[in-house]
Write a protein of this length. Structure first.
Length: 469
């Protein structure tokens, strides 16, 4: 009924006949339970809750709500507790948390509720959100809708698969080392990794306190802007939250790319990417210049160290948060996840403090030297063509370990720097799978990134094509 429709298209449908929301929600939940489970992308649905939420919305007749009647579903890290005290599953994709229930509703979920959306379920995540391919022995490995033999990317794998399959227009994910951008890129979606502190993480399962961010995965730049417009803002319950003025993102987008200063790093990003990936990025850079952006090559000092530092910080903070359960229930973990968490145990408190202080210095240096006369820079998301599920399975392929380490090459440094980034699909690789670029800006420049991405999106027309599920 609403297959591949945008937020505005769904709103237009339901405003003509608000009672149709019930039929739409039924259809979405049915597709989540059929197509979604065939793709191994769905963790949980609750049709009664979703229909009750829809019925209440119809009764209240708040037609001007920005997401009135729009069905959504989200990564399973986002908690929800119903009015009757029943909590939705809160397992973080892991057998080690089997049976855990939510004890609160995530702040961003409450904001989407208030905006009129219908919550239709939870979508599969990599275990503890700690992985880049999407493999999950416990919850199932989501399949890429464009070709089900290939990965969706991680860790917001289920979110990417379900939005790309056209069942819903948007889903929330989390990004600690690329976990919104990698699956967005793998599935041909727009994905936003916001500035650290822009969007609340209250009620979201934690991996790394210093690095975790929340962002949307959508099929269009406009829909991504609509979602962050709703969920951005200060939250006193999240100590990392920052109070800043939130711009009107849609009106900002209309200003276009002309005059924006865009850089192309000469070091690191293209050096670590396959030729076809580098050429795709160069083409997007040249297209930006053709559309009126002021483009130049740049150098980012010491960026090559940020990848390893990001991985060290994630492991250290994951160990702080989850060491107890990892030790007590180690037999319930995937071995790769367990090793990544426990490797952080060896970072001493003194070393951890030094790591955090150095990060602050590193961020200041990059912002000062790179963004003094620059609005954003462009880089690949995946450094290589998408691997198959089989070839990137660490339990079955000898080459998988090196593939997995390489995949986050272009995304982890951005988390380490705390910068905002937007992933944009640009075409297809030789296997017929999506290719993308990311635009990375200075802190709290999401409006500028959306401007540039919207202009490029019109040129690429990526979603003229659709996966056949």
């Amino acid at each position: 009924m609403i297959d591949f429709k945008s937020i505005s298209e769904i709103k237009s449908l339901v405003l003509k006949n608000p009672n149709s929301i019930l039929e739409i929600v039924n259809d979405v939940v049915d597709k989540l339970d059929s197509i979604g489970r065939t793709l191994n992308a769905v963790k949980y649905t609750n049709s009664k809750f979703s229909l009750d939420q829809a019925s209440k919305l119809i009764q209240e007749k708040q037609y001007d709500l920005p997401l009135f009647g729009v069905p959504l579903a989200h990564k399973e890290l986002f908690q929800r507790i119903q009015d009757n005290g029943i909590g939705w599953p809160n397992e973080a994709g892991s057998k080690s948390r089997e049976g855990n229930k939510s004890d609160q509703t995530a702040e961003v979920i409450s904001l989407l509720d208030k905006a009129g959306s219908i919550d239709c379920g939870r979508l599969v995540s990599v275990e503890y959100a700690f992985g880049v391919t999407g493999h999950n022995e416990y919850a199932g490995t989501p399949k890429n809708p464009w070709n089900q033999n290939y990965v969706c990317g991680g860790s917001s794998s289920g979110s990417a698969a379900i939005v790309a399959s056209g069942i819903i227009p948007a889903a929330l994910g989390s990004d600690t080392g690329g976990s919104v951008r990698l699956p967005s890129a793998a599935c041909g979606l727009v994905g936003i990794k916001p500035t650290q502190g822009l969007i609340s993480r209250t009620g979201v399962f934690p991996l790394s306190n210093s690095l975790d961010t929340v962002g949307p995965l959508t099929r269009s730049v406009t829909d991504a802007a609509k979602i962050i417009q709703i969920i951005a803002g200060n939250d006193y319950k999240d100590l990392s939250s920052v109070s800043v003025k939130i711009p009107e993102y849609i009106s900002e987008m209309e200003k276009g790319i002309q005059g924006l200063k865009i850089g192309l790093p000469k070091n690191y990003f293209l050096e670590g990417s396959d030729k076809g990936v580098s050429e795709n990025t160069l083409n997007a850079f040249r297209l930006s210049e053709k559309l009126g952006a002021k483009c130049k090559e740049i150098n980012i000092p010491n960026i090559e160290t940020a990848n390893d530092l990001n991985m060290l910080l994630i492991s250290t903070e994951a160990a702080i948060a989850h060491q107890k359960v990892a030790l007590e229930r180690h037999h319930d973990f995937n071995q790769q996840t367990l090793m990544r968490i426990l490797s952080g145990v060896f970072t001493s408190p003194n070393e951890y403090e030094k790591l955090k202080k150095y990060r602050i210095h590193f961020i200041k240096e990059v912002i000062y030297k790179v963004f003094d006369d620059l609005d954003m820079f462009i880089a690949p998301v995946w450094p290589c063509y998408l691997p198959s599920i089989k070839d990137s399975d660490a339990g079955a392929s000898k080459e998988a370990a090196s593939i997995v380490k390489r995949i986050g090459h272009n995304t982890r440094p951005i988390n380490y720097l705390g910068l905002p980034a937007i992933c944009l699909p640009t075409g297809f690789d030789p296997n017929g799978l999506p290719m993308s670029i990311q635009l990375i800006g200075k802190p709290f420049s999401e409006g500028l990134l959306l401007r540039a991405a919207s202009s490029l999106e019109r040129e690429y027309n990526f979603w003229d094509n659709k996966p056949n599920i």
